[in-house]
Design a protein around this ligand. Structure first.
Ligand code: NAD
Ligand code: ZN
Length: 341
């Protein structure tokens, strides 16, 4: 079968030919139909410090996908051959305290599909059956292929009450933009999103942001004044991983504000802690998606009218994957989807 894999410890990803994986007792094998390129895949492609430390080589990459169940292990119940599924990319241990308490997103022994175990950029993917998530018929393949990052956005945005609240999202990457769509869908008031990439800010506007701010040209406090915001943001969603963006968020939060942090800043990023303390801020770190509550919420929001389709701006056949990676790296795209059928 075809795979896109990291086969050398240097920049690049290569199309390889690998044996079709066997399905274990508790597994499903998925015939992949569509995959999407994630920021993580870009890091692995570029072979940055994080990837060099984290990813064993050779490794089939990719973790955003949709496909159909092609084989089922003997112990598996509740899935049928031919059923459309996407899947949770975090594999958890099942025996740590959090796993046993049903808080699987907090497992301390998480493995990542396409990061530390074989990924979805392949004709076939084998995962534990419990990681497969059935896709209702009214959700198209393309949308189902981006549920993983939509799930990051949902887990982050739904961490705090958004109804009638003023929300600041720092970073209009695909996940920040989808978070704006969720804030709009569930009834936030001002949804302000910052970035310095005008292409992405304009997509954020399409998807539901009420005000976009290019931080290279505009002052966020001035924008807040024009919106009549005299106190500050109630909820902050940090989705850039950039220290200056996080500091700007701390500056503009109201007292008692709540921040959910998905973006991954450099390890020892310094902040003015007095802002956290005297404003009485709550800061929550977010990893992945809640298993599987986030997945149910995503399906419900999509079926309830949240339209993700403008997020998919580019489509390629998998043979043109290099063009796909280039497009994703250009900063002038939403999600880039590769077709395997
Ligand atoms: P991305 O890199 O595509 O988007 C980040 C955006 O932040 C970019 O558009 C960039 O221009 C913008 N940015 C840079 N400096 C900024 C500034 N000063 N102010 C405002 N915006 C600024 O990333 P993504 O794929 O959308 O993911 C968002 C973040 O979440 C990344 O940091 C990623 O590593 C992280 N992430 C975390 C998890 C997790 O489980 N915690 C999962 C997925 C992604
Ligand atoms: Zn565990």
């Amino acid at each position: 079968m075809r795979t896109l894999a990291k086969t050398k410890r240097e920049p690049g990803i290569w199309m390889t030919d690998s044996p079709k994986p066997e399905v274990g007792h508790n597994d499903v094998r998925i015939r992949i139909r569509k995959t999407a390129i994630c920021g993580t895949d870009m890091h692995i492609y570029k072979w940055d410090d994080w990837s060099q430390k984290t990813v064993p080589v050779p490794m089939t990459v990719g973790h955003e996908y949709v496909g159909t169940v092609d084989a089922i292990g003997t112990e598996v119940r509740g899935l049928t051959i031919g059923q459309r599924v996407s899947g949770e990319g975090h594999l958890v241990c099942g025996h740590c305290r959090n796993c046993r308490a049903g808080r699987r997103h907090l497992c301390r022994n998480t493995q990542g599909v396409g990061v530390t175990r074989p990924g979805a950029f392949a004709d076939y993917l084998v995962i534990p059956a419990e990681n497969a998530f059935p896709i209702p018929d009214d959700i198209p393949d393309e949308i189902a292929s981006i549920l993983d990052p939509f799930g990051n956005a949902a887990h982050t945005a739904l961490s705090f009450d958004l109804v009638g609240e003023d929300v600041l999202i720092t970073g209009a990457g695909p996940i920040g933009i989808m978070a704006a769509a969720i804030c709009r869908h569930v009834g936030a008031r001002h949804i302000v999103i910052t970035d310095m990439n005008d292409y992405r800010l304009s997509l954020a506007k399409t998807m539901g942001a009420s005000r976009t701010v290019n931080v290279e040209r505009e002052s966020l406090p001035d924008v807040m004044k024009t919106l009549g915001m005299v106190e500050g943001f109630d909820v902050g969603l940090e989705m850039s991983g950039v220290a200056s963006a996080f500091r700007q968020m701390l500056d503009t939060m109201n007292h008692g504000g709540k921040i959910a942090m998905l973006g991954i800043p450099p390890g020892e990023t310094a902040i003015d802690w007095t802002k956290v303390i005297f404003k009485g801020l709550t800061i929550k770190g977010i990893y992945g998606r809640e298993m599987y509550e986030t997945w149910y919420k995503m399906i419900a929001m999509l079926q309830g009218g949240l339209d993700l389709s403008p997020m998919i701006t580019h489509r390629f056949d998998v043979k043109d994957y290099l063009e796909g990676f280039e497009t994703m790296g250009s900063g002038k795209s939403g999600k880039v989807v590769l077709s395997w059928t």
